[in-house]
Design a protein around this ligand. Structure first.
Ligand SMILES: Cc1ncc(COP(=O)(O)O)c(C=O)c1O
Length: 408
């Protein structure tokens, strides 16, 4: 079974938008195109239900129902309880709140391990706890490959380790870290496994029960949805967190770690991501299945498609002696988030030329400053990043390869 790409693309209005015609989109790790199910829900909410939710009059009731549905459906797809799902403004802000909510759980001198492969979202707020009595231990990346090594992590764990923060997949290195193994290891030491899933979730929503992380976060605006940060917090852990919201939110999971009034419309629209997944599933498979099984089946289709597209691109990049692939060059255990540094030409000029080839991609440090520092790569100008997802076509990848061939 192969992914029906024209069906997939028909679900994204951007692919029939005249102003985007001819442009190949390779900045998905920055933010994906939204699917039409999300756009429709957002429009519906803004048109009919943009009132304070949860009052008994119809417009308000419907608003509340749309929001509840988003919690329920997200939980179903991630295989957790709806009370364990939290929608905050962004992953960066979610981590900031979590760091404050978790600090009282720990004693002065307790240790937290923070990876150096992370986007700063899952780094800065944890590191700041060093000023509040915590000992912060850095888990460095390999300076050549940018990869994290679990053997090194083992040497960092002690009986005072309380938490390991690391990415499922870095937004510049692209390697898929073994979350299940790391979570198991963390638990052996009585520590928490805190995962930034922002880089990975667009490539396949995870089965969180299977992964075993205590906290898993991703940004729905990179996963075909509205601009929110989705956060799973295990309910046992939730019970130990300090309330970060109004005093009367104490004991109410949905309020305690999302202190601002939530963005009702965007939460309502987030259910559209799952409706999109339903639509894809029904298009490809005859037999119905539970959401967790649907997502598994879809993830296989996504992954096969992405690997097939990634192969010629990586092969092309590996064949060149005028660039460095930042991260692993092999097509295994990596997501299509590929960063390069031209070695013979000025990176900014190369980048400007690529844009002229109607390629939408990014340049810079992508807030992944620490991995670049570990690898000795100047954060300014940084690297050129090409990232794609399951809706990307072979023609677009060929356009990218041609663009690189002409430009490098
Ligand atoms: C891997 C990764 N983590 C975290 C973030 C931050 O997400 P947000 O913008 O929702 O704070 C990003 C954004 O680029 C990212 O790529």
């Amino acid at each position: 079974m192969k992914l029906d790409l024209s069906f997939v693309r028909s679900q994204f209005p951007a692919f029939s938008e005249p102003s985007l015609e001819g442009w190949a989109f390779f900045e998905n790790a920055g933010g994906s195109y939204p699917c039409k199910q999300v756009i429709d829900r957002l429009t519906e909410f803004y048109t009919k239900n943009k009132v304070q939710p949860y009052y008994p009059y119809p417009a308000s009731q419907k608003a509340g129902e749309m929001m509840d549905q988003a919690y329920k459906r997200m939980a179903e797809y991630l295989n957790v309880d709806p009370s364990e799902i939290h929608f905050g403004p962004s992953t960066t802000q979610n981590v900031y709140v979590l760091a404050n909510a978790m600090r009282p759980m720990w004693k002065d001198g307790d240790e937290i391990i923070v990876s150096c492969q992370d986007h700063e979202a899952n780094a800065g707020a944890w590191r700041r706890l060093a000023k509040r009595g915590m000992k912060v231990i850095e888990w460095h990346v390999d300076p050549q490959t940018g990869m994290l090594d679990v053997a090194i992590l083992k040497g960092l764990l002690t009986d005072r380790t309380k938490m390991i923060a690391y990415p499922h997949c870095s937004n510049v290195i692209g390697y898929i870290n073994p979350v299940k193994e790391i979570s198991k290891l963390a638990h052996e030491y009585g520590a928490l496994s805190v995962v930034d899933g922002v880089g990975w979730a667009p490539h396949g929503l995870p089965d969180l029960q299977d992964l075993g992380a205590d906290i898993y976060m991703f940004s729905s605006y990179k996963t075909y949805g509205p601009h929110l940060g989705v956060m799973y917090v295990n309910q046992h852990l939730m019970a130990k967190l300090e309330n970060q919201s109004h005093f009367f939110k104490e004991g109410i999971p949905r309020g305690m770690i999302t202190p601002a009034g939530p963005d009702h419309a965007q939460i309502g629209a987030a259910a559209g991501i799952l409706e999109y997944m339903d639509t894809l599933y029904q298009h490809h498979f005859e037999e119905d299945a539970l959401p967790v099984k649907r997502v598994q089946a879809l993830n296989h289709l996504f992954r096969d498609h992405e690997i097939a597209l990634q192969e010629p691109l990586l092969e092309f990049l590996r064949s060149r002696d005028d660039l460095r692939i930042v991260g692993p060059g092999a097509n295994q255990d990596r997501a299509p988030i590929i960063a390069i540094m031209p070695l013979k030409k000025n990176i900014k000029r190369v980048y400007a030329e690529l844009i002229k080839q109607q390629l939408m991609l990014g340049i810079g440090d992508f807030y992944a400053v620490r991995p670049l520092m570990d690898m000795g790569i100047p954060t300014n100008p940084g690297v050129i990043r090409m990232s794609f997802v399951h809706y990307t076509s072979e023609d677009e990848v060929q356009q990218l390869i041609r663009g690189l061939e002409e430009t490098l």
